[in-house]
Ligand binder design. Structure first.
Ligand code: ADP
Length: 475
């Protein structure tokens, strides 16, 4: 099969979160299973070249847009058998990926350009897979867009919801004009209470909708989790399912990870290697509690966007309690300004107990996954979550809220600790449970259980393949 995957970010070229990991790993797994995959993503100013691998400009293409045509550039590259096409335009020539007033228009252009770009790089897909609001207009464009290249009209489409909180809300008239769509679309899933809603358009116009865990698929149909689209999720439930994400087990592998001081695997030196990494981190960030050769303080880490979704407000309120329970704390994250300011304040209050780095640091993240004892993920909602999967692979036990993909992937008191109540008390209850096991044989058993879990893309990619095939046959 030939699969076109559209994503606004793709690791290692661009990344702000888990979507980038998925857009990298799923295509790789599909290619390993004998499929052809083209990933289309914007050519940001900040696009990283990796091992001298950078997109090669192959020319421009004209895209029907905003009452006329807009020219976009195309950069191509190939890695691990996956083809990439990056769409270049002055709209993407900015210092960050998102966060601009004209985001809906920028990504409408991105989505509108995809068929033309695919044609230009001579990729004729059997199925098209769009992801999150940035490429959410693509299924609608393929059903109703004017001036589509031959072979692109009515292609089977899959849309994956990675996070419902961001829906791409804009102005109906302006976006209809920009994307050169007919004004009389009926039913017009594009409209949501008078605004244009990219995500709802994708829910309506895609042939199948997935989200990234079975529990989140159920949660999205409820008012508490649906962010205003719960009614639409209920309406489309016959074409909606949850497929759990995986992780790239080559990138995330403690046995080969060259960012670690000492590699380890299920069969060798787990405790010793993790302790070496923990002590190195503790020294680097000025933490105490590793002076005794037979005991080190448990290290509780956070690797996360600092956002309300992730429940880190509750985590920061629980810091006193963690310190009393005996934890040292290491926080790596960036995001909401008030949290970025509060973390240094808390660290000043407990200088030898709290280390932090405000920012995005891939290498440090690897070392934390290895050196920490537990990873806190007190999310309000979590579509799938990757950090708990990575943590478990590195023998670090997640302490997480029982929601979405966290609930689907962590077994309480077997591979991590789950709590229900979204409160400081709930979180501290779970961290106390963890402390009670720390240093005992049950802790080592849990580490082994966690490391034994298979979170590779193998079975998830297979589930997507089955879905693509079903849609292609129907067509
Ligand atoms: P989300 O996509 O909601 O942010 P996920 O758990 O699905 O959360 O994915 C987060 C990904 O981003 C993981 O690969 C994690 O290691 C990485 N990550 C998050 N914050 C940072 C950071 N500050 N530095 C390095 N990596 C980070």
């Amino acid at each position: 099969m030939r699969i076109l995957l559209a994503s606004s970010e793709v690791f290692p070229f661009s990344k702000t979160g888990g979507l980038a990991d998925v857009a990298a790993a799923l295509p790789k797994a599909l290619v390993d299973n004998g499929h052809e995959v083209l990933v289309i993503s914007p050519w940001y100013k900040t696009l990283k070249s990796v091992n001298d691998l950078a997109p090669l400009w192959i020319g421009d293409v004209s895209v029907p847009f905003a009452g006329g045509f807009e020219t976009v550039g195309i950069g191509e590259l190939q890695q691990d058998g996956v083809r990439y096409a990056f769409i270049g335009h002055s709209d993407f020539d900015r210092d960050s990926l998102y966060g601009f007033e004209d985001d809906t228009k920028r990504f409408a252009l991105f989505s509108r350009a995809i068929p033309q770009v695919a044609e230009r790089v001579m990729f004729a897909p059997d199925v098209v897979h769009a992801n999150d609001w940035h490429s959410a207009y693509l299924p609608m464009i393929l059903k109703h867009g004017w001036h589509l290249p031959e072979g692109f009209i009515d292609l089977p489409t899959v849309f994956t919801v990675h996070n419902v909180q961001h829906q791409g809300v804009g102005d109906v008239e302006a976006l209809t004009y920009d994307m050169r769509l007919p004004t009389e679309l009926e039913p017009n899933y594009f409209k949501h209470f008078g605004t244009a809603n990219a995500m709802q358009a994708a829910l309506g116009f895609s042939d199948w909708v997935t989200t990234v865990s079975p529990t989140y698929a159920e949660e999205l149909k409820t008012e508490a989790y649906g962010y205003g689209l719960d009614g639409t999720f209920r309406h489309i439930e016959d074409k909606f399912s949850g497929i759990l994400n995986g992780i790239d087990i080559d990138i995330w592998n403690p046995a080969t990870d060259d960012l670690l001081k000492q590699n380890y695997s299920l069969d060798s030196s787990i405790k010793e290697s993790k302790t070496i990494e923990k002590i190195a981190l503790s020294k680097q960030f000025g933490l105490s509690g590793f002076e005794r050769p037979d005991f080190t303080r448990p290290l509780l880490a956070v690797v996360s966007r600092l956002a309300e979704q992730k429940g880190l407000d509750i985590f920061l309120d629980a810091v006193d309690g963690f310190v009393q329970q005996g934890w040292n704390i290491m926080i790596l994250g960036s995001g909401d300004v008030w949290m970025e300011e509060k973390i240094p304040e808390l660290s000043q209050q407990f200088p030898e107990r709290i280390g932090y780095l405000i920012g995005y640091d891939e290498a440090l993240a690897h070392r934390i996954y290895a050196g920490a004892d537990a990873l806190a993920i007190p999310s309000r909602f979590e579509p799938c979550g990757l950090t708990q999967l990575i943590a478990m692979r590195y023998g670090t036990l997640p302490i997480a809220r029982a929601t979405g993909g966290l609930k689907d992937t962590i077994q309480h008191a077997e591979t991590g600790f789950l709590f229900d109540h979204m409160t400081v008390e709930g979180l501290l209850w779970a961290s106390q449970e963890a402390v009670q096991h720390y240093g005992k044989a049950t802790w080592s058993d849990m580490i082994k259980n966690a490391m034994k879990q298979d979170f590779s893309w193998k079975s998830s990619a297979l589930a997507y393949e089955v879905l693509y095939q079903k849609l292609c046959i129907k067509n």
